[in-house]
Design a protein around this ligand. Structure first.
Ligand SMILES: CCCCCCCC/C=C\CCCCCCC/C=C/C(=O)SCCNC(=O)CCNC(=O)[C@H](O)C(C)(C)COP(=O)(O)OP(=O)(O)OC[C@H]1O[C@@H](n2cnc3c(N)ncnc32)[C@H](O)[C@@H]1OP(=O)(O)O
Ligand code: FAD
Length: 710
């Protein structure tokens, strides 16, 4: 096995001392491999450096893949689509961080067109097509077309409007985006300024951007690709402002893609990180009295008649926000994907990487064996599974609420809003921080683009902002919590994920019965501690708000908003823990699978308890001794996870293409890959860098001259 011995060092020295190498040389290490023939390379590639790790797994990995994916069918389809993408050279992405913005954008257009071609040629189902696009793994206009434009028309368009617009969108005869946010307002949707004024003379709406701050700003796909947008604007008719409504507006010619008269639009500029979200054309858009037919107002929730009369259907006006609720729900599922990718890279690399601890010339210690590495990494592994299962549950809740809405039952709308907003906020914040933690867990090599982690972080971190800033969303949850607490006194029984608050008498005074570390393995003990903590934090906030007697309730809420955020997080963490516990209570086939999930569920819950110990102690839910016992049990659980760690990330079933990381390779053959990858950098195309003759040589010569004069 190659271990970077003296041969390599000699080779490297020789290489660096040769100023006359041609462009596109291969590095000496690679030359050495080639001189031994492809047979040798092949043999190297077939070494599984993680085989010993895989052999220690105490569960059936294939069955864990099923538990992760949701069904055997889901594993099979995902596997097929991932391999289809990985084997297609058009979907190559290892050079992405080296492309200029223009090249990257063109590459995104090419990939999207090729993906569509394959979808049509292979007659893929909707499920397969979604997966294929996911594995292409490059943010682009299609995400907004399928993810927001189509759902907005489905959710807010009348049947006739759906009939007219959806077939065009389904066949890509038009490309759409979701144009809501403006330069001046994003979080405050009611503060948007774009106007849509009805003109009864022509039966048209006049769409206008009255101020600079009313410019649409951020919509993905708007900058360069979209032909149409769902534009959110203030509806004005008969001289009255009826607030924000959605309108379908054509932006570009379907012949030559030029902007239509009165439309000014472009890209808003480069974004954080290399590659990453720069493949997306987030855009700016201004309207100068652009006219659209009346029937391009999305009229499912409210209508404007031919005469200009505003009619609101008898439905909650928040249904206008339905597209955002839908996307927030899908972002929770995406969080588990992004987190599991980062964790997969960090776990595999930690098993390969060795530092210190060699005795008598023996092997050094795998960094995964350090307890500190385990205590940083295994909670993230557990969180990936926790987010996956709560994401599945949220998807079920969303489907259930949608069916109820169809039947004009709006009773679960608040629950859907609180759960999607809160889970979106908590899972994206944790995932963004966790990707950065995984980078640190991979030491110096994690900072290289070839580790895949910098790009994953850069592409993921805006998830904390888009579809609702996480703080703004958690304050929405807090408001609903306060409303629920205030209704407890009147005897109104909370429902859904708030139902535990109905046990207020008990939860406000209960004391945990835990007396040994093992007692923390009892799901009832965990559940009770989390419920008591969440409820007590919410009640404390409510009391503090009402005790500020001199203030209006809104002012009290404002004063107490930092505490309210924490109460909202506690409530959402309770939901995640509860859904994980419910999952492991189900029948789960496969040798050892249930036991592993049980261990991960306990890791997740006890890690949160340990991390937020202050909350649990301050609210008197547990004693300091019980907190210490939880931490003791956590250490034992890490030891239980250790031999299964690599197999637990294998169960995500990611191809090397999708992972996009030399550190996370399935075969663990990290060092040759890192070495080879370095030489691909454009900076290594010449041995003597461009700029040497202009800047380096004169500098060195000048210094030499000065020295020689001394
Ligand atoms: C290496 C490459 C790897 C690539 C892969 C990496 C992984 C990628 C991951 C994911 C990809 C996913 C792709 C996503 C693409 C992102 C595109 C982004 C799009 C956008 O951002 S669109 C714009 C989104 N904008 C927002 O979210 C704005 C946030 N603001 C609001 O939602 C609202 O303004 C508000 C809720 C904050 C406040 O609204 P409002 O003022 O109207 O209302 P309030 O007074 O606060 O509340 C009144 C009342 O309404 C209830 N309410 C509020 N919202 C809702 C709702 N949505 N549903 C139901 N009810 C709602 C609220 O509770 C109040 O009720 P009560 O009156 O108190 O009963
Ligand atoms: C990559 C990306 C893609 C996007 N794609 C789209 C798209 O396709 N379509 C679209 O319409 N929009 C899109 N957006 C816009 C996005 O939805 C908004 O940026 C987001 O909703 C946040 O709003 P904001 O920018 O106004 O933040 P602001 O509200 O200005 O936030 C600034 C700060 O103020 C704080 N803050 C704001 N309000 C409150 C409050 N009430 N209480 C306490 N603190 C508060 C926030 O927590 C934050 O710290 C995208 C954004 C990004 C980054």
């Amino acid at each position: 096995m190659w271990r970077g011995g003296s041969n390599t060092r000699t080779c490297k020295r020789r290489f660096f001392s040769s100023p006359t190498r041609s462009r596109h040389h291969r590095p000496p290490y690679i030359c050495r491999l080639h001189s031994r023939g492809s047979q040798h390379l092949k043999a190297m590639a077939e070494v599984d450096h993680l085989a010993a790790e895989r052999a220690t797994a105490r569960f059936d990995v294939e069955e864990m893949k099923v538990a992760w994916a949701g069904s055997r069918h889901a594993v099979h389809v995902a596997d097929r689509m991932a391999r289809l993408v990985a084997s297609d050279p058009v979907f190559r992405k290892d050079n992405r961080t080296m492309l200029s913005r223009k090249e990257l954008f063109k590459d995104t257009l090419r990939k999207a067109a090729h993906a569509w071609k394959r979808i049509v040629e292979l007659r893929l189902t909707e499920e397969e097509a979604d997966l294929l696009r996911q594995y292409v793994d490059q943010p682009g206009y299609v995400d907004l077309h399928w993810g927001m434009f189509v759902p907005a028309i489905k959710g807010q368009g009348t049947e006739e409007q759906q009939h007219k617009w959806l077939p065009l969108a389904y066949k890509f005869q038009i490309i759409g985006c979701y144009a809501q946010t403006e330069l001046g307002h994003g979080s405050n949707v009611q503060g948007l300024e774009t106007t849509a004024t009805f003109d009864p003379k022509t039966d048209e709406f006049v769409i206008h951007s009255p101020t600079l701050t009313s410019s649409k700003w951020w919509p993905g796909g708007l900058g360069k690709a979209s032909t149409h947008a769902v534009v959110y604007a203030r509806l004005i008719t008969e001289g009255k402002d009826y607030g924000i409504h959605g309108f379908i507006v054509q932006l570009r010619s379907l012949e030559d893609h030029s902007p239509l008269p009165g439309v000014t639009l472009g890209d808003i500029g480069g974004k954080f990180g290399s590659g990453a979200y720069n493949s997306m054309d987030n855009g700016v858009l201004r309207f100068d009295h652009v006219r659209i037919p009346r029937d391009q107002m999305l009229m499912r929730l409210s209508q404007v008649t031919r005469e200009g009369k505003y009619v609101h259907s008898n439905v909650p006006k928040q249904l206008l926000y339905g597209t955002m609720v839908y996307v927030r729900q899908s972002i929770v599922a995406d969080a588990s994907k992004a987190l599991s990718r980062a964790v997969c890279i960090a776990v595999r690399y930690s098993a390969v990487r060795k530092q210190f601890g060699s005795q008598d010339g023996g092997p050094e210690t795998q960094v995964l064996n350090y307890k500190t590495q385990q205590s940083r990494l295994f909670p993230l592994l557990a969180s990936a599974y926790a987010f996956r299962f709560v994401g599945d549950w949220l998807n079920w809740l969303y489907t259930d609420v949608t069916q109820k809405l169809e039947a004009k039952d709006f009773s679960t709308l608040q629950e859907a809003h609180a759960c999607t907003a809160g889970l979106k906020a908590v899972t994206t914040s944790v995932t963004a921080d966790a990707i950065e933690e995984c980078r640190k867990l991979c030491g110096g090599h994690g900072y290289l683009n070839s580790s895949g982690l910098p790009e994953l972080f850069a592409v993921y971190v805006p998830a904390c902002t888009y579809e609702g800033d996480n703080v703004v969303l958690l304050l929405q949850v807090a408001r609903i919590l306060m409303k629920t607490v205030s209704q407890l006194a009147s005897g109104k029984q909370p429902v859904g994920t708030m139902a535990y608050m109905g046990k207020v008498q008990y939860l406000m005074q209960c004391k945990s019965a835990v007396s040994s570390a093992e007692d923390w393995l009892n799901p009832d003990a965990i559940q009770e501690a989390f419920e008591a903590r969440a409820l007590r934090m919410a009640v404390n906030c409510a009391q503090n708000i009402s005790q500020a007697a001199s203030q209006e309730e809104a002012a009290g809420f404002y004063e107490r908003s930092p505490d309210l955020l924490e109460a909202a997080v506690a409530h959402i963490q309770l939901i995640i823990v509860t859904k994980f516990i419910e999952k492991v209570h189900q029948e789960i086939p496969g040798h050892g699978v249930k036991e592993q999930l049980q261990a991960l569920c306990n890791v997740y819950a006890l890690y949160i308890l340990h991390k937020h110990l202050g909350d649990f102690l301050a609210t008197g839910c547990i004693t300091p001794r019980q907190g210490a016992l939880a931490n003791e049990q956590l250490g034992k659980l890490y030891a239980q996870v250790r031999p299964n760690a690599v197999a637990l990330v294998d169960a995500f079933n990611y191809t090397d293409h999708y992972l996009g990381s030399v550190l996370g390779r399935y075969d663990g053959d990290v060092y040759p890959a890192l070495y080879e990858e370095a030489w691909k950098d454009p900076l290594n195309e010449t041995v003597v860098p461009e700029g040497y003759h202009e800047y380096l040589r004169p500098l060195i010569k000048q210094q030499q001259l000065k020295l020689s004069r001394l």
